[in-house]
Design a protein around this ligand. Sequence first.
Ligand SMILES: [Zn+2]
Length: 420
Amino acid sequence: VNTQRSVIQIEGAAGTDPVSLPIRLLLEAPEGWTRSPRDRHKVRVFHSIGENPGVTRKELISRLAIRPGTISQLVQELVTGRLVTETQPTGPGERGRPEIPLYPNWMRWVAVSVFCVSMELHAVLINGAGQILSRSSRRVPSSAENPEIEALLTGLIQEVLGAVPDQSEVLGASLSFPGIVDSVERQWIFSARWPRLRHLSLHRMRGILGVEVVIRRQLDVLLEYAMMRDPRLRIGNTLLFHWGFGIGGAFASNGSVIRSSTGVFCQIGHVSFHPRSIRPCICGRIGCLETDAALWALAPEIERSYGAIPENEVDFVEFFASRPVASMECFRHALTSVAHALSHLQAILVPDRVLMYGPFLQNIEVFHSLTDEMRRLSPPFVAEKTVIEAMNPALSWHASGGTVSLFRDAYHAHLVTRSA
Ligand SMILES: [Zn+2]
C-alpha cells in the first residue's frame, strides 16, 4: 500500500493557468452564464480580486471602470457570500478613509478528484484555485473485485476528506476512470486493468461519504479540461489519443465531448488488427491492439533487455528516454500497429487535430515516426489538413479536470443569480 499525504502546489499552474479556471470560464461565456450587466460586473470584480490579491475597492474602480457605488455593493455581496475576505486596514487612504485590502477566499469550496495512473488510484482534495490540499494513492491489484475496489475507493476519498478545512464546503467527489463508465447510472462498468471489476455502483459509496459522487471516462475528462484551458481546441473536431499503459481515445466536436449511450467510446485498444494473433489480452479477449502495443504488454520483453521498468506511466518516461527501447523489434512492431489504429480512427472521425499523449510519445523521434506512418496510411483527402500535436498533461490536469465544472457551477450559482 502506497500512501502519500502532503500539501502540494499545483504543478505548472503559474503562468499557464489563470488563478482560477472556473472564473475564467464564466468570463469567457458572454451569453447564458451572465445575463445582465450587473452579473458580468460581479464576475469581473471577483476575477480581478482573484488575480490581484490585496487589491482595494479604489483600485478596482480604476481597473474595471465600474461606478464606485456598484463596486461597493458587489464587494459587499462577495464578502457576505464568503467568496472574498477583508483584512484589517494597514493605513489611511486619501481623505483619511482606510483602504481595506481584499483577498479571494479559495477555500470557500473544496472538491475531491479521483483518477487512475497505470494500476494506481489517486485521490486529491482541491480548492477553487486548483491548489491541492491533500492527496493519497493506492495500488490496486489486477485481481481486485468489486468489494475490494469499492472499499479502497471509499477509504481513499475519506482520507482526503479528512483534510477539509473547517470553513469549507465540499462540492462533491469527481471520479475519472478508464474503460467503460455509465455516468447516468453512476456505474464503473468495465476496465481492462481490473478484469474482475463489473458494474461497480457508486450509490452505496455516496451514502457512506455523504457527498455527491460523479463518475466519467478519464479521457473524456482530460479532453474537456484541455479544451477549457485552450479555447482554440473548441473549434472543429478534436481527437485525443492515449498510448501508454493502455490505449484509448476521446473525441470532441466544436467543444462538446461525444459520448455513447452505453458509456463506451473509441475503445480502439480492444479491437484486433491482426486476425491471426493468439495473444491473450487482459480484457479476456484474444489479439487486441493492446496485446501488441500497450505498455503492460511490452513490459516483459523490455524488462528482459533493460531490467525492471516503473509501472507508473509518469516514471516510465524517464526510463524510456535513457534506454534504446525505441529500436527494439517489439517496439517497432508496436508503433506500426498503433499507426494503423490511428489511421482507422482518422478515416472514421476525420479530426481537425489529433492530440497525442502518453509516455512513448514524449520521445520526439517516436512521435515523428508515428505521425509520418499515420499520414502514409491515411486514405486520400483525410489527413491533409489534420494537425497532430503532442500533449503532455501534468498529473494536475487529471486532478483539476474532474472538478472544474463543480467549481464553475458553484461560482455560477453565487455570482450570477439575478437578472437585471
Ligand atoms: Zn483487450
